[in-house]
Design a protein. Sequence first.
Lengths: 597, 597
Amino acid sequence: MTRIRTSVVRQNLLQLPSALNSQESAITAPTNPDVRQADEERDDRRRFHPKWHVLAALLLSGLAAPAFASGLVDDVNGIALDDKGKLLSFNGLVISDDGKVEKLLQPKDKRPERPTFRLDGKGRTLIPGMIDGHGHVMGLGLALLTLDLSDTRSLAEAQAKIRAYASENAGRKWIIGTGWNQELWGLGRFPTAAELDAAVADIPVWLERVDGHAGWANSAAMQAAGITAATKAPPGGRIESAGGKPSGVFVDAAKALIERVVPPPAPKDRDLAFAKAQDKLLSLGITAIADMGTTMDDWQTFRRSGDRGVLRVRIMAYAAGIDQMVAIAGPEPTPWLYDDRLRLTGVKLYLDGALGSRGAWLKADYSDAPGQRGLPLTGSTQLRNQMSRAAMDNFQVAIHAIGDQANAEVLDAIEELSGTYRGDRRWRIEHAQIVDPVDLPRFATHGTIASMQPVHEASDWRMALARMGEARLQGAYAWRTMLDNKVPLAFGSDVPVESANPFPGLAVAMTREDAKGEPFGGWMPQQRIRLEEALAAFTRGAAYAGFAEQRFGALAPGQQADFLLIDRDITLARPTEIRETQVLETWVGGQRAYVRR
Amino acid sequence: MTRIRTSVVRQNLLQLPSALNSQESAITAPTNPDVRQADEERDDRRRFHPKWHVLAALLLSGLAAPAFASGLVDDVNGIALDDKGKLLSFNGLVISDDGKVEKLLQPKDKRPERPTFRLDGKGRTLIPGMIDGHGHVMGLGLALLTLDLSDTRSLAEAQAKIRAYASENAGRKWIIGTGWNQELWGLGRFPTAAELDAAVADIPVWLERVDGHAGWANSAAMQAAGITAATKAPPGGRIESAGGKPSGVFVDAAKALIERVVPPPAPKDRDLAFAKAQDKLLSLGITAIADMGTTMDDWQTFRRSGDRGVLRVRIMAYAAGIDQMVAIAGPEPTPWLYDDRLRLTGVKLYLDGALGSRGAWLKADYSDAPGQRGLPLTGSTQLRNQMSRAAMDNFQVAIHAIGDQANAEVLDAIEELSGTYRGDRRWRIEHAQIVDPVDLPRFATHGTIASMQPVHEASDWRMALARMGEARLQGAYAWRTMLDNKVPLAFGSDVPVESANPFPGLAVAMTREDAKGEPFGGWMPQQRIRLEEALAAFTRGAAYAGFAEQRFGALAPGQQADFLLIDRDITLARPTEIRETQVLETWVGGQRAYVRR
């Protein structure tokens, strides 16, 4: 049904040419050499004030100045969303010299006479840059530098990969990795230190679980951290044990027992990691991202990048707790920095853990672990104090809540605080995965934003069923209900927990089927949403959730010209095809930031 | 002699008009309203890219573009230094629209035809902006927010002032102050907690000595810090005692025992403090300053100011130790930020303390305290390790050394490291106050910069005599010898230890007399230097010492247009008159940043 509706909307585009002769679009410059030089400077990512160069060139070359000079992207199959969330089409885009959208052009519209550059789209599809409403930028970057176990499908496969990585990276003092998931290994239990020792025993190894809520240490790592049978887990944490001894897995707050002895990455490593993260995000069509849990080290890395003119992805940063918020931003959120590329917008708080590690805080016991209801990581009063502390200085508050009890508790707190902290607050609940249906309408009451990650639904539905049973999941991943209730919806990936690729996200949002098409017809298909709704949540919605909707997120005049050229028309494609979409070019602020080679 | 020489150089200026009809110079704008609007925007301190506005105005108003538009400062008694350190004169200044010096004009030179603004100097004296080569910006700002005892001349007067401040600031949880100096009180000993209790007993009071090397606590403060007779001073510190009990004064590293319980200033307080510091510096004609010992909190305050467009004074920052250096700048010094207004250039290290508190590290015992030679705060290996750590990532190293042994030790370390860390390193010795004459020639060997504060000489000569006797002071405050040896000399104030006012600094450099003219003829007058030499150390020399000489410090084409209008011609004035110079206007980057009211 979804497919039919969107293809009707887009029928008018069928007449447009769609020649895909070359992977890279051709940019032609006018013949005036001064203007061409200015154009080359525009392409230099280190310049954030292209206006100046173009104007200087115009002045020096003695051209009559046609108000402001503009660039032109022409002959594209342009797809955007209007401010009511409807799809609209265009085939040309005028970009001002400060990198903003000046105008969307229809075939009949007159083109600017002397554009500073002209990009020939060759009929390819152009869509708005995608915004990841919830990710961990440095987590992604550092993961790209470390051992990645997310593609392993058995413990033995993981052990082999760990062994190979250790020999390729001889000389490292620690081996750090991420991405393991005992569920994918069919292990039915956590792995053990002994099993890790079998791969690498001579140096410490510390591997985070895919969701970041647990870590797996070998014996050398436990020894380095001084872990013994007598070590107690801190509040909010758990040390897995076997035979009265720590078995090697440390859950939630207990991870810190090992992490405090892991050598931190050097600034150079961070810079490299961030460069890799930016490359990755841009290659997937992500032009902006909400960074959930920015530390001072993360922030300094972003600033170094901005100061050197190599910050390309826009970052809406949410500090990792109140202390980091104050250290980073001081008395109020920062201004937008680096031409709308960076802002410390608010704070990320945690209320509970994840479903996989049974850290999500539930209203009733886990179906598969009677007596356990998960852990609130933050006490009731502490949560409200932290929210108040941020809100009183106009920082936005984003709270991680996965379990139904956690969501109810955050909604309670928002209700209580909304009397004191009025105005446009945009409280955010991050994940909002399992919500008691009685609580779903409460999101709309104070304009609370549901910041959700569609791919989690596809990854987790089986586990969610095991953890809670179907009866208690009627408000799980409830995108349709959120939209029907007029709850502002922002979509993201939770990268590096999941891939940052937004196209599988669109597909899952439309189908509630996973990559294998399971379950056929979708899990709880009444919660499916339409392409334009999912696209809105990945663009305008994610921008709104970060107080950025006046700056980017829509291809509308005055907005930053952040857009993608992609290899298919997603309004005509089936969800299984949308999932496979390839990004050909990514443009940020009117500058080409990625080209597929 | 000095006076005769400079007035000969400046004779040609006698013919210039010197009408001082108004305190504030008049800026006239062309009549074209668009251009006038652009000019108003230039005056807006929040804009760092005035070019754009002016050019946009030119384009929109359809004016023929005369290459770049320029501003004009005319009819001034202009004084600058050429690149050989000779005084030169001019009577007009052309400023480009990005705030740089375009040209110095002689009376015969043609003026730009359509300047974007014209400042009528009315014959007043214009000199380069002064650069403070060694200060503590946030120390100054926070001092301006706190109780200032620097004008008290007796213990009783201080007690009265403390009592009054406490009643004016009721509700504060702590009373924090600075500026006391028991030497000025004629006390012959440190004050005591009991004497402070007599002023304020109900809340904790913590008052730093004028040199920052000691602090004075009342009993409530010692109680809050848990200080008892059993408390031991940390290495590098001393707890003054009386009758076996702490007497209330904590020297050098022992200050931390109290400071760890003093509530830190909130970010808002820091922003306010920094704004006050900037106002103060600009009112004294300081357009740039080397901040010696920048913490992350300081840095974030500077950045907040830059991000909001209210950073007016240029800051060359030296991090407070290696950890802060890495946290602030990461893998290398930052680029110049905010249009040459901020850079993390290097690191400030401490080798010894101050002479007043007998913390300066001497080659032989203090004359007035046999058995004491002061304390090295940093071990020999540790010093070299820290210097290496900074130098290997191309951070500049500035080391506090006051005593003759400390200076010898730093010179040794520089000699040892210079083989490894080659190139243009510009090792700095901060203060370089008491140098054994045998060590004086060693400064020049590796281009080591002597970063000195002339006013310290006038404040300290009596105390220095008491501490060391005349025979050991032959290399003390040895400015003339440094210049004769071709050692790069940078002058500063050590604000807030001394006032940041550079004009008393010029006067002391020329006379080695204090504010009262004592000792008549100057202490060790063979170390006096000429006005142009002192002016160079407060401008070009201080810029060179911060790797900034390509950007500011000289009124030469291409340099930032940082300049002052002052109320007298310092080349014609006697040193006692130079000392009283008033700054009428301060311009930074071609923008007026201060006007005397």
